[in-house]
Design a protein around this ligand. Sequence first.
Ligand SMILES: Nc1nc2c(c(=O)[nH]1)N(C=O)[C@@H](CNc1ccc(C(=O)N[C@@H](CCC(=O)O)C(=O)O)cc1)CN2
Ligand SMILES: Nc1ncnc2c1ncn2[C@@H]1O[C@H](COP(=O)(O)OP(=O)(O)OP(=O)(O)O)[C@@H](O)[C@H]1O
Length: 233
Amino acid sequence: MAINGKLEAIKQDESVAIITMEESGASVQKQAIRQHMNRLRNGITEEHRSEWSRLICNRAAEWLQASGGKNVMLYVAFRSEVDTRPLVEWAWQAGLTVIVPLSDPLSRTMTLYELRDWSELRPGAYGILEPDPGKAAVCSEDFVPDAVFVPGLSFDTAGGRLGYGGGYYDRFRERLLSKLGPGRPMPCWIGLAFEAQLADRIPREPHDANVDAVMTERTLYANSQYTCKGGFL
Ligand SMILES: Nc1nc2c(c(=O)[nH]1)N(C=O)[C@@H](CNc1ccc(C(=O)N[C@@H](CCC(=O)O)C(=O)O)cc1)CN2
Ligand SMILES: Nc1ncnc2c1ncn2[C@@H]1O[C@H](COP(=O)(O)OP(=O)(O)OP(=O)(O)O)[C@@H](O)[C@H]1O
């Protein structure tokens, strides 16, 4: 397929760029990967994005069904992210509670809301469709989701994740950690991405929240170090 040829070509450029940056710090390297991955993901045609998103959502739905959770935290896609709408629809049909974050760009934190219908969304920070606080139901302060599906610009198969640089999910994971305890384990964190978004290795910084697995249109990559409840199948 032409699209794959094009993506491979860009990916090769990219690894050259990353190797030549070996001397620079993690945050500089991250910025370079962000630029490349933005370009790469934007190069995916609408047809592929839709077809691959559907495959990824099916994989996620199968996993959710087997995991036995009662609720799931999801993002609503913006820019060229994996489109999660089929997964949200499936979760509603399966009787799962759908939790979506509302971001506060001042504190760079996220508040969780239960989303019962698409009409409870409105454009929020960065133009992302987010819960309308006047319509969606806010979650209690101590709420811990059963599973967390995470957006990202790039992932590696050892749990590394690269977002847009806001640190939203890193802060959120730290907040979750403070609410855990006996019988309240960390939920599984699962990145959703197109195969083209995988990098050999995302540079790590101390604050970075890893994911337990990444789901792509091709397969599920479970991080061998995962410790989340339920485990992978
Ligand atoms: N769908 C979705 N929702 C999400 C996220 C996400 O990645 N995807 N986030 C995940 O965290 C949070 C939003 N994070 C964001 C952080 C930065 C930018 C942004 O536009 N950044 C600028 C660069 C700014 C800079 O370099 O200083 C840009 O990309 O142009 C957008 C969203 C919360 N909700
Ligand atoms: N727990 C935290 N507390 C305070 N600052 C944090 C925390 N986690 C990350 N940060 C800060 O947020 C900034 C962005 O971090 P990073 O580049 O890892 O974001 P990202 O994971 O790519 O973004 P996002 O999660 O929004 O998609 C960094 O400057 C970092 O110092």
